[in-house]
Design a protein around this ligand. Sequence first.
Ligand code: ADP
Ligand code: MG
Length: 455
Amino acid sequence: MEEFWTKAVASVGAQVSPEVFNLWIKPLRPGKKLSDGRLEILCHNDFAADYVRSHYGTLLESAIAVERGTHQSLSFRANPEASNFSEKPSPKESSPRQDAATQTQTNEVPPVQPAANSGLMERYTFESFVVGACNQFAHAAAARVADGPPLVYNPLYMHGGTGLGKTHLLHAIGHKVLKDRPQTKVRYISSEKFMTLFIDYTRMGRVNDFKGQFRSVDMLLVDDIHFFAGKKGTQEEFFHTFNALYGDAKQIILTSDSLPSDMPLDERLRSRFAQGLVVDLHPPDLETRVAILKKKAAIEGIDLQDDVAFFLADAIHTNVRELEGALIRVFALASMEKAPITMALVKESLRNILKNPERRVIPIEEIQRTVATFYKISPMDLRSNKRSREFSHPRQIAMYLCKKLTNHSYPEIGEQFGGRDHTTVLYAVGRVNEKQSEDSILAKQLQSLSEMLSH
Ligand code: ADP
Ligand code: MG
């Protein structure tokens, strides 16, 4: 059974993410066969037993069935001696019993290569990134950091609006490092994932395992750290991770939608972030948009004529993600109709966007950014608790526009404004509606904001 178990675990490992594997699957141990024929699987604690049973029980059973050729029901339960095999500070210091337990597994399960554990997305490389005036500085800094030690910019902090290439550059750095120096331990993680992992590991009583996996890397890439705003516990944990890596001269690269000084974070973190190099990304100009379209088409092996590329680039100027979305729709239509990509086809495929600009899906972040720029404050101020009218007025406007221009619910909008209650959003929408009927200047401002956003 041990042998089947090891093989089954390895096959499950190939089907789930490295995070899921390390957190839930790897710690499982086969126990004894029960009188009813089920095989006992020992988990860290009751929480893990419940979670694995409901989320991965069937997957494990079918993996075993494939290996053994017959079905084997499993029974998940907390290991009474779980404390003996959790919270191991490092493999070297673990107890002999623990070593024996992991040995049987690590001998047979192929070791995970650093690259396999990095969390990097294949298509986001420097080669597929188009450099223009809008991102030149960020690109140069990213390329320098990817060249490796000596550390010149630590941390590198890249900020800018949504869909402008922050995540792309972050992955590109990781790929370059792994290509040039394959032994480097690179880890990409979104801030949201960092938080959920932290919570899960904490619940499992395995905080040290959590700490271990982030503090042992050579390069940490953390995406969208504005997400940490208002999340005290996670912020604290991230601060310690940051300090540990920084102290060991490991490279840290962060992205955010705001400047460090505008982030409602713990002062200690803010000043740490500003210690390195802070670079920003801007929306691309027409020329760069055309170059991006041509590159994406070339990657897909599709011929895109200049007039068509210009037409598309001119019609969509908000951000690169939108531009890419439009191009994908064009490709899809061309392939469905088995027709070449002509101006007529492009116009047909973009009909909805071009004719009904208000139908475009507008991200809440973009509304926040536009409103913040309009009122000369930062998007973070809109999500903060600051109460003075300077901030509360634009905040109400932004909430109102989110309700008017998107399909998001009141609670969803509240969540994006620093986790506010839905009644606050309801109130804001009501207030703005009232005010604009009395205040013609406000009505005009709302009109131009709506137009800016819908375009
Ligand atoms: P952000 O993280 O800033 O929101 P992303 O990095 O996810 O934006 O970029 C959105 C999409 O646009 C991705 O598919 C990315 O490949 C593409 N993109 C952004 N900037 C560029 C660029 N300069 N060259 C090529 N593709 C780009
Ligand atoms: Mg991103």
